[in-house]
Design a protein around this ligand. Structure first.
Ligand code: FAD
Length: 382
C-alpha cells in the first residue's frame, strides 16, 4: 500500500514535533513517523533552555501559552558551577529555564501536533529505507505501508537512518560525547531553582550533574567526550556510582537517597564542527544534524530551533517548487547563523578553560571574589 504526502518527518522528538508545528495549517500534507509509542522516555538531563518558549511563540503564541500552563516542570534560573577544587560559583541568569522529564515534555509537544488537521501521526512505526530520485522521496516502513512525498526531514536523533542513508557524515569521537542518566529522590541540600554542574578533577572537561525535578526528585548524570571515554576505558555507569559513593561532599548528599530508575546511557553528537545538514529533497534537524552544545550538552533547544527552520524552509520549497540541494542550502545557512557562534564559544571555553584544572580553579576563585568579573560572566551566560 502506498500513501501520498507532501512532507515526511522521520522522528517525533523535539526536532520532529517542532518541525510539524511549523508546518501546521500550511495546507501541506505531512506525515510524522516515530518508531516509538508516546509518551516515551529519552535519555537526557531534561534541562530545557530559557529560550524554548520563544521558539514556540514564533510559530504560534498559543503554543508558548500552553507551555506556560504545562505543570510537569521545575523552574531553574541559576547555574551552579563546582570547580575541580570544589569551589562553588552560582550564576543567576535573567530568564527562567526549566527541568522536565522528556517522557512528559516530548509528549506535551506531540499533543500540540495532534491538534493539526494536516499532520498524520504514524507512531510505533519505523522508517526502514529511503529512496530519493528526480520525482520525489519513497519511504519504506516496517509495516506493509510505503510513503511517497516531495521532501523528507530527518529528525530521528543521534543514530538516525536519514543521515546514514542520505549523507556521508560519520559520527566522530572528537565531536561526540557519551553520557549516563538516572533518577533519584530524596537527595539532600538541593538548592532552589538551580541546576548543578560538578566539574570533578578526574572527569573534566566532562561533568557530573544534578538537576531538580518536581516532587523532590532529581535527574543526575555524567557526561564526557567519547574520545576520553575510550582512551581511559571508562565505564560511565560505574564511574557515576563511584562519584556518588566516594566523593565526600556528594556522598553526604546521597546518603538515604533512593535511585528510582535504571542508569541509562546514550550518545550526544556535538555541534563543534560544521557538517552538511541538507541535500536534494532532504534536511536534517536536531541530533541527526549534530547540533548539541559542545560544553553544556544541551540539544533540545537546538533541535526545536532547527526543526522550526526546516519547517519554514519546506514551506518555501513548495512555494517555489524547488527541492534542489542548492535551494536547501539556505537551511544550513540559517541554522549555522543562529547556532554556530555560541557553539564555537562553548568549544573554546571547554578546551581553553575547563580542560585546564589549575586555570579553571583560579578563574572560579577570581569570578566569585570580583563583582566586575562576576557580572561579565553573567553576561556570557545570558
Ligand atoms: C545523557 C544525555 C543528557 C542530555 N541532557 C540534555 C539536557 O539536559 N538538555 C538538553 O537540552 N539536551 C540534553 N541532551 C541532548 C538532547 O537529549 C538531544 O539533543 C535531543 O533529544 C535532540 O532531539 P531530537 O528531536 O533531535 O532527537 P530525539 O529526541 O533523539 O528524537 C528522535 C526520535 O526519532 C525516533 N526515531 C529514530 N529512528 C527512527 C526511525 N528509523 N523511524 C522512526 N522514528 C525513529 C526516535 O524514536 C525518537 O523519538 C542530553 C543527551 C543525553 C544523551
Amino acid at each position: 500500500m502506498t500513501e501520498q504526502f507532501d512532507v515526511i518527518i522521520c522522528g517525533a522528538g523535539p526536532a520532529g514535533t517542532t518541525c510539524a508545528l511549523a508546518l501546521g495549517n500550511t495546507g501541506l500534507k505531512v506525515a510524522l513517523v516515530d518508531k516509538n509509542n508516546f509518551p516515551r522516555d529519552k535519555v537526557c538531563g531534561d534541562a530545557i533552555a530559557a529560550y524554548v518558549p520563544k521558539v514556540l511563540n514564533t510559530i504560534n503564541p498559543a503554543y508558548a501559552k500552553a507551555l506556560e500552563s504545562f505543570t510537569a516542570k521545575e523552574k531553574v534560573n541559576t547555574i551552579r558551577v563546582v570547580s575541580p577544587n570544589e569551589k562553588t560559583l552560582d550564576i543567576s541568569y535573567g530568564e527562567d529555564g526549566f527541568i522536565s522529564m522528556r517522557l512528559e515534555f516530548d509528549n506535551f509537544l506531540l499533543e500540540l501536533v495532534k491538534q493539526l488537521p494536516n499532520v498524520k501521526l504514524l507512531l510505533n512505526t519505523s522508517v526502514k529505507d529511503i529512496v530519493i530520485d528526480d520525482k520525489g522521496v519513497e519511504v519504506y516502513l516496517d509495516s506493509s505501508l510505503k510513503l511517497q512525498a516531495q521532501l523528507i526531514i530527518g529528525c530521528d536523533g543521534e543514530q538516525g537512518l536519514v543521515r546514514k542513508k542520505l549523507t556521508h557524515t560519520q559520527l566522530d569521537p572528537k565531536h561526540h560525547a557519551a553520557a549516563v542518566r538516572a533518577y533519584f529522590k530524596n537527595v539532600k541540600n538541593i538548592p532552589k531553582a538551580t541546576f548543578e554542574l560538578h566539574f570533578l578533577k578526574d572527569v573534566i572537561p566532562g561533568y557530573f550533574w544534578i538537576f531538580p525535578l518536581p516532587d523532590n526528585r532529581v535527574n543526575i548524570g555524567l557526561g564526557l567526550l567519547t574520545k576520553t571515554v575510550s582512551e581511559r576505558k571508562l565505564n560511565l555507569r560505574n564511574e557515576m556510582l563511584r562519584i556518588i559513593e566516594t566523593v565526600p561532599y556528594l556522598k553526604e548528599r546521597f546518603e538515604g537517597a533512593e535511585m528510582i530508575s535504571d542508569i541509562k546511557g546514550y550518545g550526544l553528537p556535538l555541534g563543534s564542527r560544521k557538517v552538511s545538514i541538507s541535500g536534494n529533497r532532504f534536511m536534517l534537524c536536531g541530533d541527526a544534524a549534530s547540533l548539541i552544545d559542545p560544553l553544556t550538552g544541551e540539544g533540545i533547544g537546538q533541535a526545536m530551533v532547527s526543526g522550526r527552520y526546516a519547517g519554514w524552509q519546506a514551506k518555501k520549497c513548495f512555494e517555489q517548487n524547488n527541492f534542489s540541494a542548492t535551494f536547501m542550502k539556505h537551511y544550513d545557512k540559517t541554522v549555522y547563523n543562529k547556532l554556530w557562534k555560541e557553539h564555537r564559544r562553548s568549544y573554546l571555553i571547554r578546551e581553553l578553560l575547563i580542560n585546564k584544572p589549575k586555570l579553571f580553579n583560579l578563574s572560579v576563585n577570581l569570578i566569585s571574589n570580583n563583582k566586575f568579573l562576576y557580572n561579565l560572566t553573567k553576561k556570557v551566560f545570558n
